[in-house]
Design a protein around this ligand. Structure first.
Ligand code: FAD
Length: 566
């Protein structure tokens, strides 16, 4: 054991967006900061995400004449939070989130734009807005990172155009909703990538980073500007306590055990426990598998959660994940989350009885929850569920890794995907038999959906009724942009698992991001943010960016609190 004790004012565990935000702010407050990251890449799940942040009352929307208010947002979050959103913390979020992003915009390399058309997820609740609270990263020129670019956790192919080309969520939406001019938009992005000859000679990756990759690159560049060290391959193991106060961390760094002292505070931003099968079985509804999670394999295994609990921390929401159905793809190290495609017209999701069990176009958290919750209601098995569509859908729309057949016909798909990523048959009966779904149930469901497609009204689950459902609908499909018949063979099926994009429960924290005990007292010197902490949103996912927005905001709050108080 190496007894050499090294010290900083603040040690930040993890290098996701929340962790790096806290490190930037702490450094600006004059504190010495060390960031430690277990893997050999920085950025965590944040790096492979959409990078969207949900910030009510933000200055970008206001500048465009948008109307939002603190009270509206408060009403909305409390209504959405299922009684589990703590008002004091929600108020802290609403007070600081707009300041946090304004601060980063002014003082760091982080750049966002408002996604004016991206609706809040619960349009039926009071205080919901049809757009303006979700912010989308601008593209970032990765050449400014120099050698450090080699240490970036690269984005998932699912977040890139053609698996390669960076785009913003606003551009992606134009293409996915097939808005006017979408073909030109896509062509323009492809040409920009192709003709960047200087960069093409260096790398197959796009020079520009978008979405979560843009965000973590901008934060990493901001840390380099401030000369804040970020140690990769440094695995946090446990907290060092002096009595009740946290004074440091014990880590394993490339085979050596080190004790690192934090004079003023430790910020745990080490993600959730979604990659730890034993903890999933202990806390999450069953069945559950780490392999269903769309997060980087092996990264977030709950070490920070367990260390906080060992120091006496209370926990909350441990039975919740940020659910998102996922499709496993042979040849890729993690499955792909299915966020937008469930709203495209002409694809339905059924259980083992061939029955639909929810509105496919609703938010991913509710969809995943329904895979567990509504199991008894239908009598069928919803885990796995099966996405069913026909040749017309296949030609026009993407589903998971299958690009529309007009761009990527079946003959160009990888051979081993047939029977593992997708199933295909000339009739629905044959398809149902291949995937072990009740054929009569499937035929009934398709007949019903075809009738709903012509009336424009999903009488079972109201798919396409809300502005949110229609966000990813096809504007050219009438009368309901989320409904189209399934009638032209061959027919296709894809397996959907009860996946996630991180766990939602964790260490209980207060409005200053301090970790608290069951009696509400704070553990001095210990802060938790992001998915290491229990979500400020309770059981809800109020809008796109409601995980990273709070992670960054409570990182900002923690850094200020340490600077002011510790
Ligand atoms: P992470 O970003 O995962 O960072 C945690 C880091 O801690 C990791 O790098 C990990 O290696 C490190 N770590 C773990 N254990 C240790 C240890 N013992 N020692 C040292 N380091 C450790 N959310 C949004 O809000 N907006 C979106 O647009 C969005 N899009 C998404 C798209 C996809 C495809 C996916 C998969 C997720 C998306 N999410 C989105 C969810 C979001 O990315 C995560 O919930 C969020 O990034 C979690 O942030 P975090 O800081 O808690 O964890």
């Amino acid at each position: 054991q190496d007894q050499s004790q090294m010290g900083w004012d603040v040690i930040v565990v993890g290098s996701g967006a929340g962790a790096m935000t806290s490190a930037v702010v702490a450094a600006d407050q004059g504190l010495s900061v060390l960031v430690i990251e277990k893997s050999d890449k920085f950025g965590g799940t944040s790096a492979i995400s959409g990078g969207g942040i949900w910030i009510p009352n933000n200055h970008y929307f206001k500048a465009k004449g948008g109307q939002d208010s603190y009270d509206k947002a408060l009403q909305y979050i409390l209504a959405a939070g299922g009684g589990k959103a703590d008002e004091t913390k929600v108020r802290a979020y609403l007070d600081h989130a707009p300041k946090m992003i304004k601060y980063l915009e002014d003082k760091s390399r982080v750049r966002y734009a408002v996604a004016e058309k991206y609706p809040d997820y619960y349009q039926h609740l009071p205080g919901a807005l049809p757009g303006g609270r979700s912010l989308d990263p601008e593209l970032f020129d990765t050449s400014t990172l120099g050698d450090e670019l080699a240490n970036l956790r690269r984005p998932s192919p699912s977040t890139l155009l053609m698996g390669r080309i960076a785009w913003t969520a606003r551009d992606a939406h134009v293409a996915m909703a097939r808005e006017r001019g979408w073909r030109f938009k896509v062509l323009g992005l492809m040409l920009r990538y192709k003709f960047d000859f200087r960069w093409r000679r260096k790398s197959k990756f796009d020079r520009r980073a978008g979405l979560g990759s843009s965000l973590v690159c901008a934060l990493r560049a901001s840390l380099l500007d401030r000369k804040v060290p970020l140690w990769l391959k440094t695995d946090f193991r446990e907290l060092v306590l002096d009595g009740d106060r946290v004074i440091g961390v014990r880590v394993s760094r490339e085979g050596r055990e080190l004790t690192l002292m934090a004079r003023r505070g430790v910020i745990l931003g080490a993600g959730g426990f979604e990659q730890n099968q034993a903890l999933r079985e202990k806390y999450l509804p069953q069945p559950t598998k780490a392999a269903w999670s769309a997060t980087p394999p092996g990264n977030n295994t709950g070490a920070a959660l367990e260390a906080g609990m060992a120091a006496g921390a209370a926990t909350d929401l441990l039975e919740w994940a940020w659910w998102a159905p996922t499709i496993a793809v042979v040849g890729e190290d993690k499955p792909r989350g299915v966020f937008a495609e469930r709203a495209f017209p002409g694809a339905i999701v059924v259980n083992s009885l061939g029955k639909r069990f929810c509105n496919e176009a609703q938010g991913y958290l509710e969809f995943g929850d329904a895979m567990y919750k509504d199991r008894d209601a239908t009598g069928g098995k919803n885990v796995p569920a099966w996405c069913i569509f026909d040749a017309h859908f296949r030609f026009n729309y993407a589903m998971g890794p299958l690009m529309p057949a007009q761009i990527m016909p079946d003959s160009r798909l990888r051979k081993e995907w047939l029977g593992s990523v997708y199933w295909k048959a000339d009739t629905l009966d044959e398809l149902a038999r291949q995937i072990g779904v009740d054929p009569a149930g499937l035929n009934d469901t398709v007949a019903k959906m075809n009738a709903y497609a012509s009336s424009g009204k999903d009488a079972d689950f109201g798919r396409g009724d809300s502005v949110f459902d229609r966000y990813y609908g096809d504007v050219n499909v009438k009368p309901n942009p989320c409904l189209a018949p399934i009638q032209k063979g061959p027919f296709y099926a894809m397996r959907m698992d009860a996946g996630d994009i991180g766990t939602k429960g964790g260490l209980l924290t207060d409005a200053h991001a301090r970790v608290v005990r069951a009696d509400g007292s704070a553990i001095e010197g210990l802060y938790a943010i992001g998915n290491t902490s229990a979500s400020v949103m309770g059981t809800a996912y109020p809008g796109a960016g409601a995980t990273i927005g709070p992670a960054m905001t409570f990182g900002y709050i923690a850094a200020h609190h340490i600077a002011a108080n510790a």
